[in-house]
Design a protein around this ligand. Structure first.
Ligand SMILES: NC(=O)c1ccc[n+]([C@@H]2O[C@H](COP(=O)([O-])OP(=O)(O)OC[C@H]3O[C@@H](n4cnc5c(N)ncnc54)[C@H](OP(=O)(O)O)[C@@H]3O)[C@@H](O)[C@H]2O)c1
Length: 318
C-alpha cells in the first residue's frame, strides 16, 4: 500500500518537528518546505522525510511542490514583526496562507490543515491576532469555493520540551537574580501539550467529521501567567521574588523590551495578553484524547537547578 504523503510548511519549528515525528509514526511520507535547508539537515536522518528549500511565498512553486500530496499542513507563524523580508504579520500570516490555499486548489490536494491561534479574530486586540483571524477566514472561504477540505486549529500557548514558552521563562528565571518583574501577571492561559496538538492534526487528516471545522485547543487547566512562572520557578527549585507589574509598568516593559535582541516582549504581545487565552468548551471529543497537564509533563524536561550546597558537595567529591 502507498504511504500517505504530507507536505508541511513551518515543519522545522517547535510544533513542526513534533508533527513530523507524529506523521512518521503513522506511516506518512513527509515533505518539509523550508527557507533554509542547510540549517535543518538534522531532519534528513529520517528516511521518509524530505527537506526542500523553497520560496514559500511563490504560489507557482508551492503548486509544484504540492502536486501528488494527500494533505498540506501550514504551521508558519511569527510572534513578532521585524523590518526584514517577509518577517511581518501581513506577509507571514495572511499573504502566505492565501498563496498556500491557492496552491492547494491548483494542485488538487484534497486536504489543508491550518495552524491558527486562540482568539484569532480579524477584529482582535493585537496585530498578531488580527492577522491570524483574517487568514482563518480567507482559508475557509477559499476551501468552500474551490472544493477542498480545510480544518483550522486555535491552540492556547503550547508547551513541550523544546518550546519557547516554559523554556524562555526558565532561562530568564535562571539568569535574573533575586527579583523577577513579570508583565501581565493576571493574564489567563490554558496551556496545551504539543503532543496533544499534533495528535489532533494527524487524526484530522482522514477524519471527515473535522472537515470545514475550526477547533480551539487547550489543556485541562486555566492558570494566570503569574501562576505559570511561579510553577516553573518551583519546578526548577529556583527562589525568585516574582514582582507583579501593574498595567502601566507592563506597557513600559513592552515598549522597552521591543528594542532588545529577539524582542522578548512587545506592545503587540501586551495587546494579545489582554484577552484570556482559554477555551469555552472541553477538548474536542472528535479527537478522542485526554489532554495532558503541565504538571504531568513539565517536570520531565525542566530539571531542578543545582543549589549552592549541591555545587559545594560536587566540588568536594571531585
Ligand atoms: N508555540 C505556541 O505556543 C503557539 C501557540 C498558538 C499558535 N501557534 C502557532 O503555531 C505555529 C507553529 O508555532 P511554533 O512555535 O512551532 O513556531 P516556530 O518554532 O517559530 O516555527 C515556525 C516555522 O515557520 C517558518 N517561518 C517562520 N517565520 C517565517 C516567515 N516569515 N516566512 C516563512 N516561514 C517562516 C520557519 O521555518 P523555516 O525557517 O524552516 O522556513 C519556522 O520553523 C505558528 O503558526 C504559531 O503562530 C503557536
Amino acid at each position: 500500500m502507498q504511504k500517505p504523503k504530507t507536505c508541511i510548511l513551518g515543519g522545522t519549528g517547535f510544533v513542526g518537528r513534533n508533527m513530523t515525528s507524529a506523521l512518521l509514526a503513522q506511516g506518512h511520507e513527509v515533505s518539509i518546505l523550508t527557507r533554509h535547508r542547510e540549517r535543518n539537515r538534522d531532519l534528513l536522518v529520517f528516511p521518509s522525510v524530505r527537506v526542500i528549500e523553497s520560496d514559500v511565498y511563490s504560489t507557482d512553486e508551492l503548486t509544484t511542490r504540492f502536486r501528488g500530496m494527500d494533505a498540506v499542513v501550514n504551521l508558519v507563524g511569527i510572534l513578532n514583526q521585524t523590518r526584514y523580508g517577509h518577517e511581518n504579520f501581513e506577509d507571514t500570516h495572511v499573504e502566505l496562507p492565501k498563496n498556500v490555499a491557492e496552491a492547494v486548489a491548483q494542485s488538487g490536494v484534497p486536504r489543508l490543515l491550518h495552524m491558527s491561534a486562540s482568539n484569532a479574530d480579524p477584529n482582535g486586540p493585537s496585530l498578531y491576532l488580527q492577522s491570524k483571524g483574517r487568514a482563518e477566514e480567507l482559508i475557509h472561504e477559499h476551501a468552500l469555493k474551490h472544493g477542498y477540505d480545510a480544518t483550522s486549529f486555535r491552540p492556547s500557548v503550547i508547551f513541550g520540551p523544546t518550546d519557547s514558552f516554559t523554556n524562555r521563562f526558565a532561562s530568564l528565571l535562571r539568569d535574573i537574580p533575586f527579583f523577577f518583574p513579570l508583565a501581565c501577571p493576571e493574564s489567563q492561559l490554558q496551556p496545551v501539550y504539543v503532543d496533544d496538538v499534533v495528535t489532533c492534526f494527524v487524526n484530522a487528516i482522514k477524519n471527515k467529521r473535522t472537515f470545514g471545522k475550526r477547533y480551539d485547543l487547550c489543556g485541562p487547566n486555566v492558570y494566570t501567567l503569574y501562576e505559570i512562572v511561579d510553577y516553573i520557578a518551583r519546578t526548577m527549585g529556583v527562589k525568585r521574588k516574582i514582582i507583579k507589574l501593574t498595567e502601566w509598568q507592563s506597557k513600559l516593559q513592552a515598549s522597552t523590551l521591543q528594542w532588545f535582541p529577539g524582542k522578548p516582549f512587545t506592545p503587540d504581545n501586551f495587546q494579545s495578553l489582554q484577552v484570556a487565552s482559554v477555551c469555552e468548551k472541553p477538548f474536542p471529543e472528535v479527537f478522542n484524547i485526554t489532554p495532558r497537564t503541565m504538571e504531568e509533563i513539565v517536570p520531565k524536561y525542566l530539571k531542578k537547578q543545582p543549589t549552592k550546597l549541591d555545587a559545594f558537595r560536587r566540588q568536594i567529591r571531585s
